[in-house]
Design a protein around this ligand. Structure first.
Ligand code: GLU
Length: 317
C-alpha cells in the first residue's frame, strides 16, 4: 500500500484524559482522516508515568471511537532509537555535556543580557579536563549545540511561527531522553507527517523542526489547536471539577454524550467521529480557547432523563 502519511495523538500516561485532551484527540483524528492519513496513538511514557494510566487513556479514546490504526507505540521501548540519534549528533559534535543545575540555568537567564528560558551555553566550551573534573561531582545532561537562535515553521492554524531555539536538553542528567528528541525521532520513524496537538506546544515546534532538520528527518505539517481552559482562563485541570469521562459517567453522562458536547464546541454535528468528518473544515474551527465550566457544560443529573438533550444546551457561551 502506498504510504499515505499519518497523524497522531501522543498522550503522556500521567493520569486520566480530560475533556480538553479528548477534544485535541478528536481533532487529531479529524485532521488525519480528512486528509487521507492513518491515525496513530503513541504513548509518551519516558517520564511522568502513573501505573494504569495508559490502559485508562486508551479505553477513554476507544470509548469516543478513536483507535490507533497500528499497534500503539510506547516510547519506553525505543531507547535504542533515541540513543542512535544521540550518537549521530555526538559524532558530528552537535551535542555537549552540561553540568548546570536548574538553579544555574535560572540564574543565568535572570542575569543582565540573560533571556528567560534560554540556555546561554554556559557549558558549551568546557575543556576535556574540565569536563572530566566536573563528571566526578555531577552526571551531565546532554545538550544540542544549536547553530541558530530561532527557527520558523508553518502552522495550519497559527500561520508562520518563529520561536527561539537554544541548546535544548537531549538527555537529562538522570539519563532520561528528553521529550524534544524522542518526539522528533518517533514522528519520523512512524511516518507521521502531520502533528496536531495543543497550542501549548506551539513554541516547541520550531526547535523540534530544527532538530529534525539536523537529523535529516522530514518536517511534519503542524496544526496547534486551541486548548480547553477553566472559567478563569487557566488551562483546564482535574481540580476544575468533573472533566474526565470517569467523573462524568458518575454524573450520568455517557461517552457518546461527552463526544457530542466536544463536537458541538467545535461547531460540528454529534453522533460519531465519522459524522463529524463528513463536514469537517479546519478553516472553520474556533480559534479561541474552549471555556469549560463543568457545572454549566455538564450539569449533574440524577439520571440520563434529567440531562439537557440538545447539544446547544450544553455548550458554554
Ligand atoms: N506527550 C505530550 C503531552 O501529553 C504531547 C506531545 C506532542 O503531541 O508532541 O503533552
Amino acid at each position: 500500500m502506498a504510504d499515505t502519511g499519518a497523524g497522531r495523538f501522543a498522550p503522556s500516561p500521567s493520569g486520566r484524559l480530560h475533556v480538553g485532551n479528548l477534544r485535541t484527540a478528536v481533532l487529531a483524528w479529524l485532521f488525519a482522516r480528512s486528509t487521507g492519513r492513518r491515525f496513530l496513538i503513541r504513548v509518551e511514557d519516558l517520564d511522568r508515568v502513573r501505573a494504569g494510566a495508559e490502559a485508562e487513556q486508551l479505553a477513554e479514546l476507544a470509548a469516543l471511537g478513536l483507535a490507533s490504526d497500528e499497534p500503539v507505540l510506547r516510547q519506553s521501548g525505543r531507547l535504542d532509537r533515541y540513543t542512535s540519534a544521540l550518537e549521530q549528533l555526538i559524532a558530528r559534535d552537535l551535542a555537549y555535556e552540561c553540568f548546570c543545575t536548574r538553579r544555574d540555568v535560572a540564574e543565568a537567564a535572570s542575569a543582565p543580557h540573560g533571556r528567560p528560558g534560554f540556555y546561554p551555553g554556559t557549558c558549551r566550551a568546557l575543556s576535556e579536563d574540565e569536563r572530566a573534573r566536573r563528571r566526578l561531582g555531577r552526571r551531565p545532561a546532554l545538550r544540542l549545540r544549536s547553530a541558530v537562535d530561532s527557527w520558523t515553521v508553518e502552522d495550519l492554524l497559527a500561520g508562520r511561527i518563529t520561536a527561539p531555539v537554544d541548546d535544548v536538553v537531549l538527555r537529562r542528567n538522570d539519563g532520561v531522553i528528553a521529550y524534544n528528541l524522542a518526539v522528533v525521532v518517533d514522528d519520523a520513524d512512524q511516518g507521521i507527517d502531520q502533528v496536531v496537538r495543543g497550542e501549548d506546544l506551539l513554541e516547541s515546534a520550531p526547535r523540534q523542526a530544527y532538530l529534525a532538520s539536523l537529523l535529516g528527518l522530514p518536517i511534519p505539517t503542524y496544526a496547534h489547536v486551541p486548548l480547553a481552559v477553566a472559567s478563569g482562563g487557566r488551562r483546564l485541570a482535574k481540580r476544575d471539577g468533573a472533566v474526565t469521562l470517569e467523573d462524568l459517567a458518575l454524573q450520568g453522562w455517557s461517552p457518546a454524550e461527552v463526544l457530542e458536547t466536544i463536537l458541538a464546541s467545535l461547531g460540528l454535528p454529534g453522533g460519531s467521529p465519522d459524522s463529524a468528518l463528513a463536514v469537517f473544515d479546519p478553516g472553520r474551527l474556533p480559534r479561541h480557547p474552549w471555556v469549560v465550566d463543568p457545572a454549566v457544560l455538564f450539569p449533574a443529573a440524577a439520571g440520563p432523563a434529567c440531562k439537557p438533550s440538545a447539544p446547544t444546551d450544553k455548550v458554554h457561551p
